[in-house]
Unconditional design. Sequence first.
Length: 167
Amino acid sequence: PQADAAAAARAEKARKFNEEAETQKRRQEYENTVKQRQEEDQRKRREYHEALQKKKQQEAEQQKKLAEEKAAEEMRKQYAEAVKKNEEEAAEKRRRQQEEENRKREIERQQQQQAQQQQQHWQQQHQQKQQHWQKQHQQQQNWQQPQQPFFNTNQPPPPPPPSVHSK
């Protein structure tokens, strides 16, 4: 009976030892599982935050790119407007210069026309006076020259020319 009690005590001790070992084993597995889950959770959180950061960075870069494109488009628009304005101003300046040149040419043409008319008027007056003087001079010469007819006829001399004052 003592041997049975001792055997039963050893068996109980062995069962407790095995039970304790099994509990220890299960505890270790649980702790390992918990540790693995925590590591997995940390890894997933880290990956999520990295992905989130990457997404935010991409969005920021996209926004920056859009802002740069918008600014470039605005600059192109302003440049095009400035070029257009300069071209319009240059065209207006050319138009005004052309108008001024046309006005000057018209004034010059009118002055030349007036000068020609004045010149023609003076020439006509001079020609008329010259013709008048030549006619008078011719009449005076005709009056002063003795008439020598071809035949000796008894005709009276021609009457004297009318005087200048009687005109």
